[in-house]
Design a protein around this ligand. Structure first.
Ligand code: G3D
Ligand code: MG
Length: 196
């Protein structure tokens, strides 16, 4: 989709994953508070945007972030609609959030009917080795992502981040942008090709 004001390409990405894994913190770390463009009060979603230059084109990158997890049941359809990319977040300090990661992908697929480019994020790496409880290892994250790519044939990448220290946060978003831009370019090519 293109912005009607300046013709820039609009790419939408949704943040998904269990509560308290750091989705909002990641978004804030990447964009800062001031970039919140709107709040869809009725469905409890914050929309944050950033204009980025990719391959000589201005891209308006819109991130959808749930303002509160509880009301999500009623809004999922709206939330996922038209997504060009997914940021699936779990916390390395919360193995349950990792176990639930595949459920989130299934639910995204159910709502979209396809899976767009996805970045799988193990957040809170700054806490690795500091908790007394079980943690999710890098190898587990890698294995999950490889399994996902193999099973579903979707472009996906894995990264570990800290929204607290900022480690790998911009790399994660840029990596997703790259995959989304590639997917869009491919779609555009196919459209041209199909024309009589
Ligand atoms: P959510 O949007 O996925 O629900 P939030 O998660 O971004 O609201 O984060 C939940 C809590 O985890 C917050 O703590 C936040 O500060 C913390 N957090 C998020 N990312 C990181 C990280 O990378 N490292 C550490 N150490 N903490 C993180 P509070 O105490 O405010 O609830
Ligand atoms: Mg949040």
């Amino acid at each position: 989709m293109r912005d009607q004001d300046d013709g820039s390409i609009i790419l939408k990405a949704v943040l998904i994953g269990d509560g308290a894994v750091g989705k909002t913190s990641m978004r804030r770390n990447y964009l800062g508070e001031e970039f919140i463009e709107g709040h869809l009060a009725t469905i409890g979603v914050d929309l944050a945007t950033k204009r980025v230059l990719y391959d000589g084109e201005v891209i308006k990158f819109i991130l959808w972030d749930l303002a509160g997890q509880p009301s999500f049941e009623q809004v999922r359809g709206h939330y996922y609609h038209g997504s060009n990319g997914i940021i699936l977040v779990y916390s390395i300090t919360d193995p349950t959030s990792f176990d639930n990661a595949s459920k989130w992908l299934v639910e995204a697929y159910r709502n979209l009917g396809y899976l767009p480019p996805t970045i799988i994020v193990g957040n809170k790496v700054d806490l690795r080795g500091t908790t007394n409880g079980p943690e999710v290892t890098t190898e587990q994250g890698v294995a999950f992502t490889e399994h996902f790519i193999e099973k579903l044939g979707v472009p996906a990448r894995f990264i570990e981040t800290s929204a607290k220290t900022g480690e790998n946060i911009s790399t994660a978003f840029h990596s997703l942008l790259e995959m989304m831009a590639e997917a869009e370019a491919k779609k555009a090519e196919q459209t041209v090709f199909r024309r009589p």
